[in-house]
Design a protein around this ligand. Sequence first.
Ligand SMILES: Nc1ncnc2c1ncn2[C@@H]1O[C@H](COP(=O)(O)OP(=O)(O)O)[C@@H](O)[C@H]1O
Ligand SMILES: [Mg+2]
Length: 440
Amino acid sequence: MRLERLRLRDYRNYPALDVAFSPQINVLIGANAQGKTNLLEAVYVLALARSHRTSNDRELIRFGADFAKIEGTVVRATGSDALELVVAKAGKKARVNRIEQPKLSQYLGKLNVVLFAPEDLAIVKGSPATRRRFIDMEFGQMSAKYLYNLSQYRTMLRQRNAYLKQLKFHQAKDRVFLDVLSDQLAAFGAEIVVAREALLAQMADFAAVIHRGITKGAEDLTFAYQTQVPADRRDSTEAAYQALRELLASHKDREIEQGTTLVGPHRDDVAFVVNGKDVASFGSQGQQRTTALAVKLAEIDLMKANTGEYPVLLLDDVLSELDDDRQTHLLKAIQNKVQTFLTTTSLDGIAREIIAAPAVFRVASGELTAVSGDAAATIATQPRGSDATENAAAALAAARGAAAPATDAVAADQSDGSEAEPDQTPAAPQPGSAPDSDET
Ligand SMILES: Nc1ncnc2c1ncn2[C@@H]1O[C@H](COP(=O)(O)OP(=O)(O)O)[C@@H](O)[C@H]1O
Ligand SMILES: [Mg+2]
């Protein structure tokens, strides 16, 4: 799929922007703090209805404005969709072909993106929570069912943790009710474990091929899914369900003691293993970088395999961090099939092949100028207050008999799998008490 056109209004430092992009590589070049990342972020937000940089949507609204609007035309083999996301102080509203989507889960997946930024090295080196977030964002984009189960699991987890605390402080006594909560948690948890097992295996296969290519066959990458559900009980939801029920039952006393749920997929992790060793602990920085690149590029193949379309690739400041070899691999992986947006402060150190053909835009103070590239690339940055976008919005609002800025129809649905961090428990870990005590 590709993003044919993007329109912004009062998004970060963009008062108004209307730009058509190349279906292949779009290079955004500019000095620091000009709006390069903001532009990629806008595409990301259009896809996922949340930012990768902040959980506070208000930051997306241009200073002094009431709401931000992102509109994009997404073209797929099967047709095209006009996506629109309005971020107002009271909440978000999403529309597909002008029809409001009351549930985020109905909106997500219309535009699939893979973002690679320097901090993505944290996929390899960071905390298990970082990797879980990565996995969930990734799989959630491909599967509404995954997103649903995740959201249900998180809701149940919050309820069960709250009840465990009541039991701990003797505000509740009914252990049968705890068993009811445990069963429900296990049911949703089983769906997540089985999906993660299958999708991680599929992703690992893609990553291994890419990794072998980058290392010229010298290194072998595998994934190790780390979950408390035993390996031989992850291939059916029934088996995983029973395994989780048993785990919850056997940890019950300790869970009451600690007032929190100690077992389940909210504690999952995945280890990246290169030549038999965990690359986070034993790999060189170069090996970690190569692994992160292979994992990111595998996302592209995984999305293609599961949705029938390649996602849009967003590369924020990563190219100059990769050596020529890795750049060449990246290019091979995307050329002629993946629409790519890449930002850079300079064309130095970027492989010639990458910048030979694409559309190049210069970004300065929230405005884009086409520098080169195919004729498809056109831009209009309109003065605020008199632009077509605003007129259209006003007309649309009038037609609906509503005020122009959007309110919180979608925000109310935030728990829909895209909420920040509900899989974490606030209690501090007792030393040595949790089965994996690396976090809370
Ligand atoms: N809500 C906002 N309203 C207006 N300007 C903003 C907003 N958020 C960030 N900015 C501005 O955007 C600029 C940073 O843009 P960014 O895309 O991160 O730069 P870069 O080109 O280095 O990637 C800064 O000048 C910052 O002040
Ligand atoms: Mg930036």
